[in-house]
Design a binder for this molecule. Structure first.
Ligand SMILES: [Zn+2]
Length: 269
């Protein structure tokens, strides 16, 4: 009798030296019914009933965080998002890892949730560090919303970027910044491009509509092509913000003391 809720084995092909040196492949297994609906890519990979195993190129760390998110609909990081001390070492690698994972495997809601994490951090006083800027700019397509967010950051909140960092950024990115800075010098204000007179206004524009950072398709006039989808997304984003606000007001639980995606992995080793 066929299993009505079969599992899929996932081989995580971690490219980090620790894993490649010892020729180690990480195996995880979970219900197909959990994995398939979150992304068309995963759906296509596992929909064949004869498929019992797939191989995924990502780090074990990112896969663990992804599973934690998948099981709980919450991102579980090692530092709170409202940590505004400009120390990106605690959670930024994880956020960027999840962000690129979400793009690669078309996990639209995860892409949205991670983008919201950057926005929430920004709302609480954080500004991208130069090393994070270089990671974002080098790892993503130039039209990605997070790259657009980085442009808005550089223009309005990151004066005096070091030459060493500039040297790491692509000519396209530097060109965009130069063009927009020139427009600013000429007082050719453009709210759409975040070329505004003061940082306060830039902040209002960036945080005014979080859905502008989710990659929802828009028409020529700037309105959304699928207003109902955006409306639902807006509601989910508002719920997420309420959860974060409650966590900020109460006790924040790190991934260690509230359980993380790794618990799910460890049970399956
Ligand atoms: Zn949205």
């Amino acid at each position: 009798m066929p299993d009505i809720d079969p599992k899929i084995r996932v081989l995580v092909l971690d490219p980090s030296p620790h894993f490649t040196n010892i020729n180690y492949t990480y195996t995880s297994s979970l219900k197909k019914s959990l994995l398939a609906p979150c992304s068309p890519r995963f759906h296509a990979l596992i929909s064949d009933p004869n498929t019992t195993e797939i191989a995924i190129d990502t780090t074990v760390r990112t896969w663990g965080l992804f599973l934690g998110w998948l099981y709980t609909s919450q991102l579980r990081l090692d530092a709170p998002l409202w940590d505004s001390d400009r120390d990106d070492s605690k959670s930024m690698n994880d956020l960027l890892g999840l962000y690129t994972f979400a793009i690669k495997f078309e996990v639209v809601r995860l892409h949205r949730d991670v983008m919201n994490s950057f926005l929430y951090r920004f709302k609480n006083g954080w500004v991208i560090t130069e090393s994070t800027l270089a990671s974002i700019e080098n790892g993503l397509h130039y039209q990605d919303p997070l790259v657009a967010f980085a442009v808005a950051m550089v223009l309005n909140f990151m004066p005096g970027i070091s030459f060493a960092t500039w040297a790491k950024l692509s000519p396209r990115f530097s060109h965009t910044i130069n063009v927009l800075n020139k427009a600013r010098a000429e007082k050719a204000w453009s709210e759409r491009d975040f070329v505004v007179e003061d940082a306060g206004r830039a902040r209002e524009l960036i945080l005014g509509d979080w859905c502008q950072w989710h990659g929802h398709r828009t028409r020529e006039d700037g309105t959304y092509e699928e207003p109902r989808v955006v409306e639902a997304c807006y509601k989910e984003t508002s719920t997420q913000m309420r959860v974060w606000k409650a966590e900020k007001a109460g006790k924040w639980l790190s991934s260690e003391n509230r359980g993380s995606g790794f618990d799910f992995l460890m049970g399956e080793l």
